[in-house]
Design a binder for this molecule. Sequence first.
Ligand code: FMN
Length: 213
Amino acid sequence: MLKFFAILAVCLFSLTPAYAQENSLEGDDMPKYISLPKPNISAGMPLMEALNNRKTIRNFSVRKINEQNLSEILWAANGINREDGKRTIPTARDSRDLDVYVIKQGGAYRYNPGQNSLELVNPAALIYTAAKQDYVKNADILLVYVSNNPNREYGAMHAGSAYQNVGLYAASNGMSNVVLGMIDKDMLHKELHLQDDEYVIIAQAMGWPKTVK
Ligand SMILES: Cc1cc2nc3c(=O)[nH]c(=O)nc-3n(C[C@H](O)[C@H](O)[C@H](O)COP(=O)(O)O)c2cc1C
């Protein structure tokens, strides 16, 4: 009997989706580098419908964002959409100064648009303490927008373009997202190991909604 349950447990574990296994990792077990799948640029609904659906949703289910969606979220935020390396967002004097960090269960990563990858910056469990509102702790991921543009107005505008792109992606895919000004920027600066000339602008919590309306 014991043998039967052991075999059943092994079978069930092998059926667990890869993203679920990855998301159950903690701290030092987090992969240092994640190569993301190519974003599917034919996915989603027409732009006018996405604009019509765009809204803040502050509830999150336990469902995880898989790597395909994550890749597309990050591409929408700050991905490369032309051969010369230019981005899905415009930047003043083509400065391309925006960096997007992803905080997920067990660690924080920096998005590398050129490699379409994530690089671990802190395996700390966990920096959801960055958010000052309780409901954010239920979000699957927190995007953090960072710039080193000496013109802070421009840096903020670039982050605004990125969170709006991501908000439209969320609307197009039925995901929850909230732009978050109420965050602990000093703590994030430290935990993301930012340079002195870099500054945290804003964050965006994301996940799948509990209720579909
Ligand atoms: C710059 C900015 C900062 C925001 N900060 C927060 C925040 O800290 N917490 C929060 O719950 N919502 C925050 N929001 C979301 C707004 O409350 C929300 O966009 C507004 O209520 C309008 O709702 P809508 O997005 O559904 O149109 C922020 C939005 C923006 C643009």
